[in-house]
Design a protein around this ligand. Structure first.
Ligand SMILES: [Mn+2]
Length: 429
């Protein structure tokens, strides 16, 4: 039995008031899906097996370029963060793993693993940081890291990534995610080709240190902090990197790292087709890398991404992309945002499972654009909340995670032992 940071009886109390209504709603939805030839229990089973990782930095309040407004009872260190992650998992039963960021979460690996074990958590992909200078490091990343013009700076960045792999090995992680802020702010500042060559050379060194059962994910981003060009700018560059590195290298798609209106679901399909989709950083955006809550702005786009993922899941024998949230919570309680966002990811997956793929294929073959698009809309419009809530209930979670969380007063309780922190990292990656 794992230790419960969150009082399970408050979940049970909250569920008791909602269970009868949920069972009626589930039954009604089941009848409706049955008429369309879909067995609701089979959908429920798949949804119950689906998980999404929590980023350690997501449980602290984020910030913008302008300011950070701390919340009450914020986690003080990685061990407080793991406790908050355990709360999210206990209520949602969908987030059993945590993605660490080094050096922000640097701690004794044995203590990290013991704490996670005690809380019933595991570790997802490790995240390196060469987009800011760690205290006391010899060479600055002001003008780049893995692609820096100076060999000693590149070497330092390579060694940091290898250190992330070593820590990850000690705590049971199986992947490294590399996102760099390298690029240029002015035309002419950097030689595009030489800069990319230096990056590839450095990444090959990191790749060499990767254990056989690990994957390395590279994350592209159009701009910021470099505003004229970035070294890993787009999915095409990212694909080239994964091809250059080898079979353990895959592309990571952060939904916020594209130009507005870019067809992300098609990028996802392309990467799937050529075996290079590694995983996701889920969030939402209106203008740029806004790191808003997943599904907050465009839930239909999230659904369309999952429409591609479900299609691949049904057609490919070994398709296991990594799912992680990557958000910055500036005006909400991070625990609430992460619970709602995890549910949005599961909702998009569930809705995509409802797409009548045989009918869709027929419409596509017959060039019936209207019926093809309606077959997606029909699935998207179906309210799958009863399935999500039933999965949570049956796994011991909350029918209404936010309701149960608020009723418990968890945040006020931890505020008493966690003094307010003024600084901290923004967490926009
Ligand atoms: Mn990201």
């Amino acid at each position: 039995m794992h230790e419960s940071i969150f009082d399970q009886s408050s979940i049970e109390k909250d569920n008791a008031a909602r269970e009868a209504t949920l069972r009626r709603d589930y039954e009604t939805l089941g009848e409706r899906l049955d008429r369309a030839g879909v067995a609701i229990d089979e959908i429920k089973q798949k949804v119950a097996a689906f998980t999404v990782a929590i980023p350690s930095w997501g449980v602290g309040t984020g910030g913008t370029r302008f300011a950070r407004f701390p919340g009450v009872g914020e986690p003080r260190d990685i061990f407080d963060k793991l406790e908050d992650c355990a709360v999210i998992n206990q209520l949602t039963q969908a987030t059993p793993s945590v993605s660490l960021h080094i050096p922000w979460d640097k701690a004794n690996p044995n203590r990290l693993r013991e704490t996670a074990d005690r809380l019933g958590l595991g570790f997802d992909a490790m995240n390196s940081n060469t987009f800011s200078d760690a205290q006391g490091q010899a060479h600055s990343y002001k003008f780049g890291s893995l692609s820096h013009t100076d060999a000693a700076t590149r070497r330092q960045a390579v060694e940091h990534n290898i250190e992330c792999i070593e820590i990850g090995k000690a705590i049971g992680s199986k992947a490294l995610t590399v996102w760099i802020g390298d690029g240029s702010n002015f035309p002419g500042q950097a030689h595009f080709t030489r800069q990319f060559e230096r990056y590839l050379e450095a990444m090959k060194e990191v790749y060499k240190a990767l254990p056989d059962d690990w994957r390395i994910f590279t994350e592209h981003k159009m701009y910021e902090p470099a505003f004229y060009s970035t070294v890993v700018q787009d999915w095409g560059t990212n694909y080239l990197i994964s091809k250059e590195l080898g079979d353990k290298a895959y592309c990571l798609v952060d939904l916020g790292h594209h130009a507005p209106n870019v067809n992300i679901e098609m990028i996802v399909a392309r990467l799937i087709q050529f075996g290079k989709l590694g995983g996701f950083h889920f969030n939402d955006s209106k203008y740029g890398d806004d790191d808003l809550d997943t599904g907050a702005i465009d839930p239909y786009r999230l659904f369309l991404v999952f429409n591609e993922l479900v299609d691949a899941e049904l057609n490919l024998p070994d398709f296991h992309p990594a799912h992680m949230l990557d958000q910055s919570h500036n005006v909400t309680d991070p625990i609430e945002s992460l619970m709602v966002s995890a549910a949005e990811v599961l909702r998009a997956y569930t809705s995509a499972l409802l797409v009548d793929r045989k009918a869709l294929d027929g419409y596509q073959q017959a060039n019936d654009a209207l019926m093809a698009t309606l077959s997606l809309k029909t699935a998207f419009r179906t309210d799958v909340e009863p399935i999500l809530a039933m999965v949570r209930l049956e796994k011991g979670g909350a029918i209404d995670p936010v309701g149960a969380y608020r009723a418990s007063g968890y945040r006020q309780k931890v505020a008493e032992i966690r003094p307010a922190v003024a600084g901290g990292s923004g967490g926009i990656v």
